[in-house]
Design a protein around this ligand. Structure first.
Ligand SMILES: NC(=O)c1ccc[n+]([C@@H]2O[C@H](COP(=O)([O-])OP(=O)(O)OC[C@H]3O[C@@H](n4cnc5c(N)ncnc54)[C@H](O)[C@@H]3O)[C@@H](O)[C@H]2O)c1
Ligand SMILES: O=C(O)C(=O)C[C@@H](O)[C@H](O)[C@H](O)COP(=O)(O)O
Ligand SMILES: [Zn+2]
Length: 351
């Protein structure tokens, strides 16, 4: 399956195919004419797929950097390590960085590629469900600061995205669940039929036969939204459904409790509950979301008082001038951006 993100000079193809990792050279040579490649990965993914990828790239001089797994690696503090490795491996603007891993590696290696020498070519090979359906596409790259998620970043598009659903066979169950948080998000914001498909199954196992087409559907929704609003000034904010609360929860617990997808699950349910209370969503939608989250083992409650969250909510990147923007649902599949303020959370009695 093939998709193309159409962004004039920044356009790029996305291929979704079982076993594509082993055919990487055939696709990479279509977008890259240089010789040197640096693969950035983590200590879970590289031992599983690193050598396989290097063997699949015989025409190139490949180096690699393996970082500790987990969100705390996606930090400003990791960047000097990456830049040093790039210098030691003589990476120039005519070379290529491959991000091989989940969303942490994709965002981090992507930001390093965007900033080193003011921009080195980037290919994304996402290996988690979340990275395959969301983070590898759209060009948002970033690192976290202690004050909040993704606070330093850029819009920097890859030259190519290679999605191999086979690598999900080794993904731990917790991160299958985590990825389902973003899959459910796509149903909520844009695709009531996708939401119904997810709702009609009893578990992830029950959905597996449709996995490639679900990945395709999510990526296609993201492609369309990003093509309309590359720089996140309007329609793209819809991809942030559930994220105002998700990011505050992740940061509050120092990235040690909920994973990103789990926090998004809580955020989607809670914001829809608040929005129903305020008469801004069709009644019953929060319960439908809670039920589908439950099917895939995702949480919906977090038990934090709003007073603990306000500082982080103020750092949300959707905030403009003196107002917050939250993403709400008229109904499942039909989302909108709602300008508001902190009172929205306070008066509705978060959480
Ligand atoms: N840029 C974007 O548009 C965007 C979108 C959504 C999320 N994100 C970011 O993505 C990050 C979360 O990504 P994630 O959920 O992939 O987390 P992650 O990168 O930490 O991966 C989850 C875990 O799975 C392991 N793993 C990954 N692929 C594997 C495989 N095939 N086999 C075995 N283990 C594997 C990793 O080592 C890690 O331990 C967050 O930082 C989030 O902010 C970015
Ligand atoms: O691509 C986007 O736009 C998104 O909002 C996708 C989100 O799933 C993702 O978590 C993104 O990194 C959040 O971006 P931020 O701008 O809120 O940091
Ligand atoms: Zn997200």
């Amino acid at each position: 399956m093939e998709l193309k993100v159409n962004l004039d000079k920044n356009s790029y193809p996305i291929y979704i195919e079982s076993g594509i990792l082993e055919k990487a050279e055939q696709y990479i040579t279509q977008v890259f004419r240089g010789k040197r490649i640096m693969i950035i990965s983590d200590d879970h993914v590289f031992p599983l797929y690193g050598q396989k990828l290097i063997q699949a790239l015989p025409s190139f001089a490949c180096s690699h950097l393996v970082l500790p797994h987990g969100e705390t690696t996606k930090s400003f503090k990791t960047l000097p390590l990456i830049y040093t490795a790039m210098l030691e491996n003589q990476i120039t603007r005519s070379d290529l960085v491959i991000a091989l891993g989940g969303g942490v590696i994709g965002d981090l290696a992507g930001f390093a590629a965007s900033s080193f020498l003011r921009g080195v070519k980037l290919v994304q090979i996402p290996t988690s469900l979340l990275a395959q359906v969301d983070s590898s596409v759209g060009g948002k790259v970033a690192v976290d600061l202690p004050q909040g998620k993704n606070l330093v970043g850029a819009f920097y598009h890859p030259k190519l995205v290679l999605i191999d659903p086979d690598v999900l066979d080794t993904l731990p169950e917790r991160y299958i669940t985590d990825g389902m948080g973003e899959v459910i998000k796509y149903g909520c914001i844009r695709d009531a039929a996708l939401f119904e498909t997810l709702n009609s199954r009893h578990s992830f196992e029950d959905l597996k036969d449709q996995l490639s087409s679900i990945i395709y559907r999510c990526v296609d929704i993201k492609r369309a939204v990003v093509e309309n609003d590359q720089f996140d000034t309007g329609e793209r904010m819809l991809l942030n459904f559930g994220h105002t609360l998700a990011h505050t929860i992740e940061q509050y617990y120092h990235y040690e409790r909920e994973s990103h997808g789990e926090a998004v699950a809580i955020g989607m349910y809670q914001i829809t509950r608040l929005s129903e209370k305020a008469g801004l969503s069709v009644p019953g939608e929060a319960e439908r979301i809670r039920s589908v989250l439950n099917t895939y083992g995702l949480p919906f409650q977090c038990g934090l008082p709003v007073s603990d969250l306000t500082d982080a909510i103020k750092l949300d990147k959707k905030n403009l001038d003196n107002h917050l923007n939250v993403v709400l649902l008229h109904s499942i599949g039909d989302s909108y951006v709602y300008p508001t303020n902190l009172d929205f959370f306070k008066t509705a009695g978060m959480i």
